[in-house]
Design a protein around this ligand. Structure first.
Ligand code: GLC
Length: 684
């Protein structure tokens, strides 16, 4: 349907075909729109900027926002995948390239990083997050902001970014998207708030309010969170933008009586920009006439937005060079980084020795399943601008290695027994893809059942009965319940949704050209009903030592241990830890450990350091990640790895929201994952 505004011939012809045009040009011309989202072509963005700058009364350029969550034309692994590299440098590098490509398109504001701690795999947006650990999320947040924004937002290679979703959106009850959040503020401060503090300290330009309520008050109209916590306590001076239509939705919450009240409540709470709901544009003038809001509040919001537009250099040059994107999009170094990120984000979860594949041993290898054959399944959620011509699927990469392909089944497509029997007739090794479609995670895609679909379970049964060794390759946005793959596969590779270069990276890992070392940043529960499942849980008064321990905290139809745990990830070599030492210093404990590569090939190890505060005035998690370091060791080589563990990192927020570090006994664990038992103790 055409709305107001002029259109080009090309658009007219497109509209004739029934395309829908939501034209906002007249609204921009009238000065009623200050920022846009949903446009990503340089020419179109320049046209809108030209209308704002040359035809509107105040000539104020537009903020052009976009969800560049894990790359633009060059698509990187989804954030949950990327978090598994535990590589702060890499977090920043992928953000830097994303900023270059997006800014070249004329976009000047992106709605990333998403830094919601996510403990519930039923929540589709866990795929957009960096997992369930606060310590990792803090470093991820800081490096992403540095990568996107750099030191000068007016640079045409940098972009304003947005820490989202403030606050605790990932704690939505039952993992059901948009659902209520109810928790103590001390837990909010311990678990969900710290990554936002790091983002703000790193200079993040904007913060987005989340859809959820916290303890009955929608965040978008929550003065305690947005004014006293975000502005006063954390000192945030940037732009606060609501999530899409979140202001208006406070009516649905049953908090604002109507849209006019919603506009007042959001402005009173300090929201500067109303995304999409039109509450501000339709009601602020009325509220001003009724003297129910003050012009100073509107001025404050406008000032925050103008400051950002000035910092972006938009008043000096609001236009992008329309040739720049084509010149840098998916250029070689961007694609090389995409492949590096994919290699470092892949997690080897099981291997009985079948990997890396020995081509002298296996002469007839077959790939099956839909997920490795479609470019769309490389990308995952929030990847609308990937350039398919550069994308490599697992199928295309393996065919170059002489591997045959037959689809046989899909996530929804039933298992074709005949096709499988014919294709597998001479196979001596099978690579089978399992998981979920890209469309099954991300926003508004929560699932009550996160186990394999029926066709996939059927495929596992046929594979098992075929007696042909098989390697499972997982394509998934969220962690899934895959006990049957762990039990029946000869190897399990967590391939997530690795982006443009997914296929090439996986082929290098499968044939041993790269030794994987990714580590999970979430648990993989045994059953959906065990969600939320996270490693840094409390002990409870009756911790379950086994699946059969009576009168203990567990599910009778579940398992005490998840199928895979936070921090887990194998290598083609083996590492041994020894000489763990603690040396108490004035303000920190120096932790040192010797790590040796005792296997047959060179490889990386991500050394992890966890603490356990044994007794405190508030019970503490059984493990808390407080350090990680990546080390490369040639086979036979060993190195001494050291961590400085500040006493100040051992604290927590008490019920009065005071950060306290209490004296007492601490265990320090160092190892290859959150299950490590190698420990030393000290008393603070
Ligand atoms: C969506 C998402 C948010 C995104 C925004 C703009 O609903 O919640 O993460 O940035 O709207 O697309």
């Amino acid at each position: 349907m055409l709305e107001s505004g002029r259109i080009t011939l090309k658009e007219y012809e497109s509209a004739q075909k029934g395309d829908i045009f939501d034209r906002n040009e007249d609204e921009i011309r009238a000065g009623r729109i200050g920022s846009m989202l949903g446009v990503a072509e340089p020419e179109k963005i320049n046209r809108l900027q030209r209308i704002a700058v040359e035809e509107s009364r105040l000539h104020i350029p537009l903020l052009i926002g976009c969800d560049v969550i894990h790359g633009f034309n060059t698509v990187f692994p989804t954030p949950l995948a990327e978090s598994c590299c535990f590589d702060d440098e890499l977090f920043e590098q992928t953000a830097t390239v994303s900023a270059k490509e997006a800014r070249a398109a004329g976009i000047n504001w992106i709605f990333a990083p998403m830094i919601d701690i996510s403990r519930d795999a039923r929540w589709g947006r866990i795929a957009e997050s960096m997992g369930q650990d606060t310590f990792l999320a803090q470093r991820y947040a800081e490096r992403k902001v540095k990568g996107y924004q750099g030191d000068d937002l007016s640079s045409k290679e940098k972009i304003a970014c947005c820490a989202k979703h403030f606050l605790a959106y990932g704690a939505c009850e039952g993992g059901k998207d948009y659902n209520s959040v109810d928790m103590s503020f001390s837990k909010l401060y311990d678990v969900y708030l710290p990554p936002f503090k790091n983002a703000i300290d790193a200079g993040v330009a904007s913060v987005m309010t989340s859809f959820n309520d916290i303890n009955g008050v929608p965040v978008t109209t929550n003065k305690r969170l947005l004014k006293s916590l975000l502005r006063e306590d954390l000192g945030f001076e940037g732009v606060v933008v609501s999530d899409a239509s979140a202001i208006e939705e406070t009516v649905n919450h049953g908090y604002s009586a109507n849209s006019l009240e919603a506009a007042k409540n959001a402005l009173d709470a300090g929201v500067d920009v109303d995304m999409i709901s039109r509450s501000y544009i339709d009601f602020l003038e009325e509220l001003l006439k009724q003297k129910r809001i003050k012009i100073e509040d509107i001025d404050n919001a406008v000032r925050n937005v103008l400051r950002l537009k000035i910092a972006l250099g938009l008043f000096d040059n609001p236009y992008c060079d329309e040739k720049e994107l084509a010149a840098i999009s998916c250029k070689k170094e961007h694609l090389n980084l995409a492949k590096k990120s994919a290699l470092h984000s892949t997690v080897l979860l099981k291997n009985n020795g079948v990997l890396p594949i020995n081509k002298n041993k296996f002469k007839n290898i077959l790939l099956i399943g839909e997920l490795g054959a479609k470019i769309s399944e490389n990308y995952g959620c929030w990847a609308f601008y990937g350039k398919d011509e550069y994308a490599v699927t697992l199928k295309s990469a393996l065919e170059k290695e002489g591997v045959n392909y037959a689809e046989c089944y899909g996530v929804k497509k039933d298992f074709d027994e005949q096709e499988f029997k014919a294709a597998a007739a001479n196979a001596d090794l099978i690579i089978a893809t399992f998981g979920e479609n890209s469309s099954m995670s991300g926003e508004a895609h929560s699932y009550a059942d996160i186990s394999l679909s029926k066709p996939q379970k059927k495929a596992v049964r046929y594979l098992k009965n075929s007696k042909i060794p098989f390697i499972s390759v997982l394509y998934n946005g969220r962690p899934m319940c895959i006990p049957e793959l762990d039990e029946d596969s000869d190897a399990v590779i967590e391939a997530w949704q690795l982006g443009t270069k997914a296929g090439e990276a996986l082929a290098d890992i499968i044939f041993g050209r790269f030794n994987p070392y990714g580590k999970l940043t979430t648990n993989f529960p045994y059953k959906s009903g065990e969600c939320p499942s996270y490693y840094n849980h409390m002990s409870t008064g009756r911790p379950a030592s086994s699946n059969s321990a009576p009168w203990t905290s567990k599910y009778d139809d579940g398992r005490v241990k998840p199928v895979y745990s936070f921090g887990q990830g194998l290598s083609y070599t083996d590492f041994e830890y020894s000489n763990l030492k603690l040396e108490k210093q004035k303000n920190f404990v120096k932790v040192s450990v010797k790590v040796a590569n005792v296997g047959k090939v060179d490889g990386h190890e991500t050394v992890q350091l966890y603490i356990h505060d044994k007794f405190a005035s508030k019970v503490r998690p059984v493990r808390e990640l407080k350090g990680y370091k990546k080390v490369f060791l040639k086979r036979g080589e060993s190195k001494k790895i050291e961590f400085d563990l500040p006493y100040d990192n051992l604290g927590f927020y008490n019920e009065n929201l005071e950060y306290v570090v209490e004296k007492g006994e601490f265990e320090v664990f160092v190892g290859t994952d959150s299950l490590c038992t190698y420990k030393a103790e000290f008393t603070l």
